[in-house]
Write a protein that binds this ligand. Structure first.
Ligand SMILES: Nc1ncnc2c1ncn2[C@@H]1O[C@H](COP(=O)(O)OP(=O)(O)OP(=O)(O)O)[C@@H](O)[C@H]1O
Ligand SMILES: [Mg+2]
Length: 481
C-alpha cells in the first residue's frame, strides 16, 4: 500500500483528497501545518507528501527545505494557487518532485500522483542481485544463475561502488531497468533520489526541457520557467532509459553534463552545475546508430565506459525454472496464498519457447496462468497457444501426446487441452471428428488392418468400427499404403 501525506490547512482540500485517493491501495493522512507535517513523517512514513505552498505557521517552502534535509529521498509535490507559480518553481529548485496549480484538474492530479508513487517505489524497493534465499522477501530481485548473469552481477557490484556512468544494453524485457535500480540501491547515492526518464516516451521538442528545464519565453508556450530533472535530482542518480531514442540536441547537452557537470536551461545562458550520476539503457544497437550518425560517437564512448549487456532469455534457458519459481512465489505472496506449482510438461514448454519479450513476457505468462489455473498447479491448458503450440508442432509432439494419454484417465484433461490449443490456432480443425479418425487409423495400423483387434483396442464393437472406417474413407487410405 502507498502512503500519502497531505499538508494543507484547508479542510475542504483535505476532504476532497480523501475522496479522490483513499482506497485499499492508497492511505491518505493529513496535517494542518508544516510543523505538524514534519512531526508526522517518522510515524506515517509517507511515500509521497503533497503540500500547499501558502499555509499558516512555517511556509510550504520552509517545510520543504526541512523535509529535504532530513529525508532527501522523500517525494514532495507542491500545490500553488495562481500567482504563486514562481514560488513553486523555487520549490522545484529545492528538489520538489512537481507542482500542481489550484484549482485542481482531477485527471492531471491523479496522473502526477501515480507517477510520483511509481518513482517512490523505484527508490524504496531495494533490488537485490545476490542469489535469493528461501526466507528472503520476494519483492524485487534479479534472478539468474547462467554464466552471462553471473557476469552481470559482478559488473553491478563493481559499478555500484564507483560513480562511473553505466550503459545497460539488451533486448526488450531482459531486465535493464531492474539492473539500473540495483546499481542505484547499492551505490553510495542510495540515500539520494533516483529519477527515471524514458527518452522514447517524451516528444523531441519537450525532452530537452524535461531534462534541463527552460527559461520563461524560451519557446512558444514557455510561459513560466521550468526546472529540469538534472537540477531537481542534484546529488542523486538519473536513469536515462531508451537513450538510443534520444535526439541529437539533448545528446550534446548530456555529453557536457557528463564531462564537466554543467548545462544551461533551454533559452538560458546561466551555467548550472550539478552532481548527478547517470545510468543509461537502450535496446537499440548504439554502434549502429553511431554509424548512421543518429547517435553522437563521443557520447557513445563516454557512456560505454562500463557496459552491462543483458542476455536474451532464450540464451539462458537454464534460468527459466528459477524465474518461474520466483514469479510463482512473488504472486503467491502478493495474493497471500500458497504458491502454485507447474506441471512438468508446462515447464518443458516454457523452456522450449523462444521468448521474444524475454523475462517480461515470461512473467506475464506466469501471472496470466495463475489467474486461469483452477487447482494447485498450472497445467498446459493455462498457457497461451503460442507457447504450448510451439512444443506440440515440434518433433517430439507425438511422443508427448502419447505418453500423456498412456498413463491414466487423469491425463486426459491435459491431452484435451493440448488439442484445444491446436484448434485455437487453426480454426478449420474439427477436434472430435479429427481425433476419432486418427484413433481409427492408428488402431488399424497398430493391428496391421485386423478389424477385430482394432475394435478391441478402441473399446468399440466391430460394427461401429466398420461404420467409422466407411464414414472417414479410411480403408482406401490403408490399402494405398
Ligand atoms: N533477471 C530477472 N529476475 C527477475 N525479474 C526480472 C528479471 N529480468 C526482468 N525481470 C522482470 O521483467 C520485467 C521487465 O524488466 P525490465 O523493465 O527491467 O526490462 P527492460 O530491459 O527495461 O525492458 P524494456 O527494454 O522493454 O524497457 C520486470 O517486471 C522485471 O521485474
Ligand atoms: Mg526498460
Amino acid at each position: 500500500m502507498d502512503r500519502v501525506l497531505l499538508i494543507d490547512d484547508e479542510a475542504d482540500v483535505q476532504y476532497s483528497f480523501r475522496r479522490i485517493f483513499d482506497s485499499p491501495e492508497i492511505e491518505v493522512s493529513t496535517a494542518n501545518s508544516g510543523e505538524e507535517g514534519i512531526s508526522l513523517v517518522p510515524r506515517v512514513k509517507p511515500d509521497l507528501v503533497i503540500m500547499d505552498i501558502r499555509m499558516g505557521g512555517i511556509s510550504g517552502l520552509e517545510t520543504l527545505r526541512r523535509l529535504r534535509d532530513s529525508y532527501p529521498k522523500l517525494l514532495v509535490i507542491m500545490m500553488t494557487a495562481y500567482g504563486t507559480t514562481q514560488t513553486a518553481i523555487e520549490a522545484m529548485k529545492l528538489g520538489a518532485y512537481d507542482y500542481l496549480l489550484k484549482p485542481f484538474d482531477v485527471p492531471r492530479l491523479k496522473e502526477i500522483v501515480t507517477n510520483a508513487l511509481k518513482a517512490a517505489r523505484d527508490m524504496k524497493q531495494v533490488v537485490s542481485y545476490q542469489p535469493l534465499l528461501e526466507s528472503e522477501d520476494y519483492d524485487v530481485g534479479i534472478v539468474g544463475r547462467a554464466e552471462a548473469m553471473q557476469n552481470v552481477f559482478k559488473l553491478i557490484g563493481q559499478v555500484s561502488s564507483s560513480d562511473a556512468t553505466a550503459l545497460i544494453t539488451g533486448e526488450s524485457g531482459t531486465g535493464k531497468e531492474l539492473v539500473a535500480r540495483a546499481i542505484y540501491h547499492h551505490s553510495r547515492r542510495a540515500e539520494q533520489p533516483f529519477l527515471a526518464i524514458n527518452c522514447a516516451a517524451i516528444p523531441e521538442q519537450l525532452l530537452e526541457s524535461e531534462l534541463f528545464g527552460h527559461e520563461r519565453g524560451a519557446f512558444t508556450g514557455a510561459n513560466v520557467q521550468r526546472i529540469g530533472k538534472f537540477e531537481q535530482c542534484n546529488h542523486g542518480t538519473i536513469f536515462l532509459d531508451e537513450i538510443g531514442d534520444m535526439p541529437l540536441g539533448p545528446q550534446t547537452k548530456i555529453l557536457r553534463v557528463l564531462q564537466n557537470g554543467t548545462f544551461e536551461r533551454v533559452g538560458g545562458n546561466q551555467s548550472i552545475k550539478v552532481d548527478v550520476r547517470v545510468i543509461a539503457a537502450t535496446n537499440k544497437p548504439l554502434e549502429q546508430a553511431v554509424a548512421n550518425k543518429t547517435f553522437r560517437e563521443d557520447l557513445f564512448y563516454r557512456l560505454n565506459v562500463v557496459r552491462i549487456e543483458l542476455p536474451a532469455l532464450r540464451n539462458r534457458p537454464e534460468d527459466i525454472p528459477l524465474l518461474v519459481n520466483y514469479f510463482l512465489k512473488k504472486y503467491a505472496q502478493r495474493q497471500k496464498q500458497r504458491p502454485k506449482s507447474v506441471s512438468p510438461d508446462v515447464l518443458a514448454a516454457l523452456e522450449h519457447y523462444h521468448w521474444p519479450g524475454n523475462v517480461r513476457e515470461l512473467e506475464n505468462v506466469v501471472q496470466r496462468a495463475l489467474v486461469v489455473a483452477k487447482g494447485d498447479a498450472i497445467l498446459s491448458g493455462d498457457l497461451p497457444p503460442e507457447i504450448i503450440g510451439r512444443k506440440l508442432s515440434s518433433a517430439n509432439a507425438n511422443r508427448a501426446l502419447t505418453s500423456a494419454a498412456a498413463a491414466s484417465t487423469e491425463d486426459l484433461p491435459d491431452l484435451a487441452r493440448a488439442l484445444f490449443h491446436w484448434a485455437r490456432r487453426d480454426p478449420k480443425v474439427k477436434i472430435i471428428p479429427a481425433v476419432e479418425r486418427e484413433l481409427v487409423v492408428e488402431a488399424l495400423k497398430e493391428t496391421k488392418g485386423n478389424q477385430v483387434q482394432a475394435a478391441k483396442l478402441l473399446g468399440i464393437t466391430r460394427a461401429t468400427l466398420r461404420k467409422r472406417v466407411e464414414k472417414f474413407g479410411i480403408k482406401q487410405e490403408l490399402e494405398v499404403k
